[in-house]
Design a binder for this molecule. Structure first.
Ligand SMILES: *Cc1c(COP(=O)(O)O)cnc(C)c1O
Length: 399
């Protein structure tokens, strides 16, 4: 454990970790089971187009989501595009700005206009009152996000969507195997929800996504749209695209699903360690999970209050990177401040949080001892913040 300022890598010490600790290092599971599944696919000579691995993956995703239908896709970005298109949305779709760019891109890519709404600066979740204030004659839907695997205020959003006759979707990329709104499975909210199984996510399929819905009509249309619009051997009924999941991804997804219990247990243990070790560090607030819900604990997010911590988010990140702790700014800036979307009025909650949040490493590649060491570095930085800014003025935004 580092004890004094000079132990920090930026001040003459050796980096705390020999190899980098990353946010979103893949959770793999039992790789022999993956290989066995892949071998079986080779033996069948069936590598894509709704093979048995993808079908089994869909059944298990649907069970977790509590929905009758789960449609697997090549990734979540394509899944978002498919669902917006399948639902026939037009004009404007309201999306939170504090999310990964893919949420907004999916809206734009299908010819719709993303209208950015603000988030609650305490939780980072979409602010329903602001959503409602943005509804206009061209609005056709709301695409909410369960940011960092914490639940969006689903009941409020469902009431707003009902009142205004809007479609409601959730980007649930962060929230597989979670619940919301008093124990309802994420996946079963709104008209449909979209999961990502990219390798950085809680469940990994190399690349992959899924749409879960209770609507048979929507599921049937999605099934055709992701496969060139085919509804029979030679019947093309829609302008479809190729967004199918491959059997290799199905094999990885199933293998990852087999180990979900272990992944949650590790993430939860790490989260508890972060909670305990950061509880009394001034100006560092761990964004909590709602313990009444089921959580995957995949995203450990701290908010850095520069006035109290004596160190800004970007300086802290720089000092952590020198220790080989590759903390990430999830998400900076908000989409409304990215080049393709500039021009939206200010969103104070989003701008406040996006300047202060930092995602810290967790997952199967991170042990509780390592969490303790990471927290000790953060504590050392905060305790020595005056000396640090006097001795090495770290420029804002340093990488
Ligand atoms: C990762 C992510 C996506 C995109 O998922 P892909 O499967 O990589 O396309 C979309 N939205 C959010 C919030 C994400 O974190």
């Amino acid at each position: 454990m580092k004890r004094i300022l000079e132990d920090l890598a930026g001040f003459g010490g050796a980096p705390a970790f020999e190899s980098p600790l990353k946010v979103g290092a893949p959770n793999i599971g039992d790789r022999r089971r993956f290989s066995a599944r892949l071998d079986a696919a080779f033996d069948r000579g069936w590598l894509s187009n709704g093979g048995p691995l993808v079908e089994e993956f869909e059944r298990r995703v649907a069970r977790t989501a509590g929905t009758p239908y789960a449609m697997a896709t090549c990734n979540a970005t394509a899944a978002l595009q498919l669902v917006l298109r399948a639902a026939g949305l037009t004009g404007e779709v309201i999306v939170p700005s504090l999310t990964f760019a893919a949420t907004a891109h999916a809206v734009s890519w299908v010819g719709l206009t993303p209208v950015f709404c603000d988030v609650d600066p305490g939780t980072g979740q979409i602010a329903p009152d602001h959503v409602e204030s943005l509804i206009g004659p061209r609005t056709s839907g709301i695409l909410a996000v369960h940011l960092w695997g914490r639940a969006a205020p689903a009941e409020r959003l469902e009431a707003i969507a009902r009142r205004h006759g809007l479609a409601l979707f959730f980007d649930a990329s962060h929230a597989f195997a979670c619940t919301a709104a008093g124990g309802r499975p994420v996946g079963s909210l709104g008209d449909a929800e979209v999961f990502s199984f990219h390798s950085t996510k809680f469940v990994n399929a190399f690349e992959g996504g899924a749409i879960t819905t209770g609507s048979e009509a929507l599921a049937r249309r999605l099934g055709a749209l992701r496969n060139f619009g085919l509804t029979g051997e030679n019947d093309v009924s829609w302008v479809g695209i190729n967004a199918k999941m491959s059997e290799a991804s199905g094999a990885m997804g199933l293998t990852s699903l087999d180990s979900v219990g272990e992944f949650v247990a590790r993430n939860l243990a790490n989260y508890r360690h972060y909670q305990a070790w950061l509880a009394d560090v001034d100006g560092i607030r761990l964004i909590p999970f709602d313990e009444r819900e089921r959580n995957n604990y995949q995203y450990v997010i701290v908010e850095v209050d520069e006035e109290r911590a004596g160190v800004g988010r970007d300086s802290l990140r720089h000092l952590l990177h020198q220790e080989n702790v590759l903390a990430q700014r999830y998400f900076t800036p908000g989409c409304h401040q990215m080049a393709p979307y500039r021009g939206t009025a200010g969103l104070p909650g989003t701008e406040h949080l996006s300047a202060r949040v930092l995602a810290l490493p967790t997952g199967m590649g991170v042990t509780q001892e390592q969490v303790a060491e990471i927290c000790q570095i953060i504590r050392l930085v905060v305790v020595n913040s005056q000396a640090i800014s006097a001795r090495e003025p770290v420029e804002a935004g340093a990488r």
